[in-house]
Design a binder for this molecule. Structure first.
Ligand code: ADP
Ligand code: MG
Length: 368
């Protein structure tokens, strides 16, 4: 029998990093969320060779203070959370301090950053695989941060081959994810471009710093898509299920019935989409893009009662008390555990039927 030994630190880091950064989507998601967390109002996402060569996210956010350069890419170093108890009230996307550390272990990471008072001089930072700062040099820069990830998975050959092989599918997922961020972020100019190995850079889509998600939808999907949507504004009262009677409601905020708002846009009953595609069914929890398969199922099932030949475009932001869900379920934070989910789904089913009932006359409205 082999003796039990501790895995060396470097290997542990690589194993865990491969769980945080599982694919191209996770890279894009982590970089974009860092830029949003930095308070950026301009966000530019640039790919080379659909991300196989590089992924670069530039923002005009806060920038990183020189005192933090050494810890930017160290594991579990974050400026957003200092203890687990803060998690419930968290307003930021990030909180685990794992993304940049993981990217150092799996790619070539470069960070260029500049505080407002230091412009037009910024710093370009490079890192060792461990996440330790390798080098700092002075470069021309404006307020904000640019993070560049090159050669993703260069040291995980199996994962890299898988990425190369599945790039078409991955790329669709990446664009769908970026659509989600670009749609939900108001007052942010969001642009996405791609440069093939040979050839010029192409702008894929952009939003214009719009004050409303309606305008974002027009910028991304076109005015015709918006014209076929109705506003989604559902106020749901969710009754508690299986609450223990000995828990006093003033001690346990989840013991009372609670309100959930679902706002956004959904297809008119008579004007759906040709087929169900993930890039046109977007879900958020308090503005955080996430996958909510059970909620999506209810939307699609109810919609089918009104239109059995098409699928709905869905943009649904589930707004609820941060005490009533848990984002820390999966490493990519896309799975979210909602409190009393079954009751929420039942209530949603009824409320959606009422909404579609009241718009059934839209059958006579043409959108062309
Ligand atoms: P987390 O987002 O969970 O804190 P990350 O590894 O994604 O962890 O980032 C580590 C830290 O680097 C962040 O807490 C933040 O202070 C800083 N940082 C990363 N990206 C940016 C950015 N675009 N602008 C400003 N600060 C950033
Ligand atoms: Mg982060």
């Amino acid at each position: 029998m082999a003796t039990i030994k501790q895995i060396d630190g470097r290997s542990v880091h690589q194993i865990q990093s491969g769980q945080v950064i599982v694919d191209l989507c996770s890279v894009v998601k982590e970089l974009v969320e860092n830029s949003i967390d930095s308070g950026a109002t301009i966000l530019d996402v640039r790919f080379k060779n659909q991300g196989l060569d590089s992924i670069e996210v530039q923002d005009n956010g806060s920038g990183i203070a020189p005192a933090s350069y050494g810890s930017v890419a160290l594991k579990h170093h974050t400026s957003k959370l200092s203890s687990y108890s803060d998690i419930a009230s968290l307003q930021t996307f990030g909180f685990r301090g794992e993304a940049l550390a993981s990217l150092c272990a799996l790619s070539i990471l470069t960070v260029t950053t500049c505080l407002e008072q230091d412009a037009p001089k910024g710093s370009k930072l490079t890192f060792l695989q461990s996440g330790r700062l390798e080098n700092t040099s002075v470069v021309a820069a404006q307020r904000g941060t640019t993070v560049s990830v090159e050669n993703l998975f260069h040291n995980l050959p199996v994962r890299r081959r898988e990425l190369d092989r599945n790039i078409k599918r991955e790329w669709h997922k990446v664009i769908a994810l970026l659509n989600q961020y670009a749609c939900i972020l108001t007052n942010v100019k969001f642009s996405v471009s791609q440069q093939p190995t040979k050839g010029k850079r192409i702008l894929l889509f952009s939003t214009k710093g719009n004050p409303s998600t309606r305008d974002n939808i027009i910028n991304i999907f076109g005015a015709k898509t918006l014209a076929a949507l109705i506003p989604l504004e559902l106020d749901l009262e969710i009754k508690p299920s299986g609450t223990r009677r000995d828990v006093r409601s003033d001690e346990n905020p989840t013991a009372n019935s609670h309100g959930v708002r679902i706002v956004g846009h959904v297809s008119k009953p008579a004007h759906g989409e040709g087929r169900q595609t993930p890039d046109r069914q977007m879900f958020f929890v308090n503005g955080r893009p996430c996958s909510l398969p059970q909620l999506a199922k209810v939307f699609n099932e109810v919609y089918r009662l009104y239109n059995n030949s098409q699928s709905p475009f869905i943009f649904a932001d589930v707004q609820l008390d941060t005490m009533l869900y848990d984002v820390n379920v999966s490493p990519d934070k896309r799975s979210i555990l909602l409190h009393d989910q079954n009751n929420l789904l039942d209530t949603l089913r009824i409320s959606l039927s009422q909404l579609f009932d009241s718009h059934e006359d839209s059958i006579s409205i043409t959108t062309s």
